[in-house]
Design a protein around this ligand. Sequence first.
Ligand code: PEP
Length: 229
Amino acid sequence: MIYAANFKTNHTRTTTRAYIEALSEKLVKKKVEDRVFVFPPLTALDRFEGDFTIGTQNAYPTQNGAYTGEIGLEQLNEFDITTILIGHSERREHMHEDQQTVAKKYHFFMEQGFEIIYCIGEPLEVRESGDDAVAKYLLAQFKGIDLSYEKVIVAYEPIWAIGTGRSATVEEIASTHAMLKSNMDRPLLYGGSVKPANIKEITAIDGVDGVLVGSASLDVESFSQMIFC
Ligand code: PEP
């Protein structure tokens, strides 16, 4: 299983370090086949030792240059960071990243050999329009995305389930993952209000290879409880 923690705009450099130290101690008991990722805020990126991978929540597709407020490869290379989240619905919505922008970023970091967690997800009105509408919407988010890239992990995150406390049902996750798996052959995570109370039933679903967790990953005890559920 894959367990990924997305801190979003939470935690500081100091609290991230304390979190990672605590997590690292717990991960000594981790199953070898499991993988753990942590995506701290950009200001907390650093070198950390342990059985996990640190990734960046975002970067601009450039080596360096005049892109005020962004970081590029030069800043990631300083800490040997080679993992990135791309396509998260919050960036698509709040930062207005359209599919073309997302695909350009994907292509750039793929060319650099990065491991990519590529996020897709539908809004509530699409979910309420039925399975065909959901499939059409999600598959459109693969436009310009090379899914034959061996270092991409896809994360299905229904927008209406993110940060709302309301996870998709087991049936919704199972049918959506089955549809996605019939269109690609990459590991597939589920994200959207995953927490210690529902981790077992979600990871037991056929076609779920792991989880991307926001709110419930902010506390190290809660995140490790899910890893060792
Ligand atoms: C996320 O934003 O990737 C996410 C899944 O958030 P939450 O777990 O808070 O729903």
